[in-house]
Design a protein around this ligand. Sequence first.
Ligand code: ADP
Length: 169
Amino acid sequence: MATPGLSTIATDITRLDVDAIVNAANETLLGGGGVDGAIHRAAGPGLLAECRLLGGCPTGEARITRGYYLKARHVIHTVGPVWHGGSRGEDELLASCYRNSLALARQHALTSLAFPAISTGVYRFPLERAARIAVRTVAGSCSPDMSVIFACFGEEALAVYRRELAALS
Ligand code: ADP
């Protein structure tokens, strides 16, 4: 049985009607490819204008903006680590992304959240290892009233997340 509050679906994260979707951003917070580009396209130019005011974000940290044209009310931007083989603190930095995003959600009284598979695209973090860190970190640090969706881009990622969620209980 899965842990209450945590679920996974295959979807384009930009379509979700939640308090906040999390963006796998880069340190500039000025947009990029992958999920970052998709979120900026769907949110419209107001998002980039607000991001310009933030002055970037170090790897492992998170920042919050409004959601503009998204159904999601907010976007939490976090910067995952680039994978360099695993010996440069990548695991801990990735876990920090999830913890800091959840902490921001709590500070803003947000209770429904969706995460993409941070760092597993252009940043090349191995998917299974990233999913294990994502699921275990969120299970260990989300509040009981929070519902968290792991938004997978495709069936392969979905199968990996399902396994990790099942392994929690
Ligand atoms: P990073 O630079 O952190 O690796 P990417 O955007 O390249 O970020 O990829 C992160 C993950 O987001 C990948 O698993 C990718 O398949 C997934 N992804 C890309 N577009 C979307 C989307 N619209 N919704 C959900 N996940 C997405």
